[in-house]
Write a protein of this length. Structure first.
Length: 287
């Protein structure tokens, strides 16, 4: 049986075919919309999410998987492998990684589940920033790397994974509750179209641009600044013209056919909003 299995959460945005190829277990986040509760990508998809967002003035609350959700996921894997490395979205955006760490405690030497090693890692990223890390670790796990080395690898890869995005729905981002660091800048940012990025797990302003076109140029420049790109994903929540424009420009510095184009799930879209465009660049392992 496989020595080590990989667990992540539904914000990873890894295409379904790759999840199956590397036998990755995904624990979904939840979206609470009034009295309605949805499982990310399970009982609600992005198209339905955006449609509902357009029809209502309210925004959903993004809820982390519970400790019990993780305990059940780990228990389901206990008889199929020798251990688990569990990699999740930034702890500065969600309690997901905290709940995963608590959930694994039942499987330690003093836990009721018996000794079953589980390493929990904060990716300090989200979407395909998290996704590229998970895929790299899953490949290494299939190659037979032991658990401690896989966990160390995941931590090391945090410095090689980069996410940036632009959005037309600043209101969605500011009301998401995950950017308190930007609260004091809300008034100034409202009249701009900034380029945001993940910095040590926190969403920050990368460049202050005033128009969508300038923001799109800054997103391309963000990609161009990397001397070597190992993998790249473009994330799109409803901007086909901007998507085509970015892919055409990126094709001059990175093979367009290798760019993974992803529609983020409802959980990620509830953060960046509809009409958002993002890139997730993975520099890859140094040779």
């Amino acid at each position: 049986m496989p020595r080590i299995r990989v667990v992540t959460d539904s914000t990873c945005d890894i295409p379904e075919s790759l999840l199956k190829q590397f036998d990755i277990t995904v624990v979904p986040l939840k979206l609470q919309w009034g009295t309605d509760s949805y499982l990310d990508k399970v009982t609600l998809d992005t198209t339905e999410f955006i449609k509902r967002l357009e029809e209502t003035d309210t925004l959903p609350t993004l809820l982390s998987p519970t400790v019990d959700d993780f305990t059940k996921a780990y228990r389901s894997l206990r008889d199929t492998c020798d251990g688990v490395v569990s990699i999740h979205l930034s702890g500065k955006l969600s309690d997901t990684v905290t709940n995963a760490a608590t959930g694994r405690e039942a499987f330690g030497p003093v836990g009721h589940g018996g000794p079953f090693p589980i390493a929990v890692v904060d990716s300090q990223s989200v979407s395909m920033g998290l996704g590229w890390m998970v895929l790299a670790v899953a490949r290494a796990a299939q190659a037979g790397l032991e658990l401690s080395k896989l966990a160390n690898m995941a931590v090391r890869l945090r410095g090689q994974t980069h996410v940036a995005f632009i959005t037309d729905r600043m209101d969605v981002l500011m009301k998401s509750g995950i950017v308190p660091n930007l609260a004091s800048q809300a008034s100034a940012l409202a009249s701009m179209k900034p380029l945001f990025h993940l910095e040590e797990g926190q969403i920050s302003v990368y460049e202050r641009t005033r128009t969508r076109a300038k923001a799109r140029d800054s997103l391309y420049n963000f990609v161009e600044d990397f001397p070597k790109i190992g993998e790249m994903a473009v994330l799109n929540t409803g901007t086909p013209t901007d998507l085509d424009h970015l892919l055409t420009r990126v094709g001059a510095i990175y093979p367009r056919e290798r760019v993974v184009v992803v529609q983020p799930g409802p959980a990620v879209t509830s953060i960046i909003g509809p009409d958002a465009l993002a890139v997730a660049v993975f520099e890859g392992e140094e040779t």
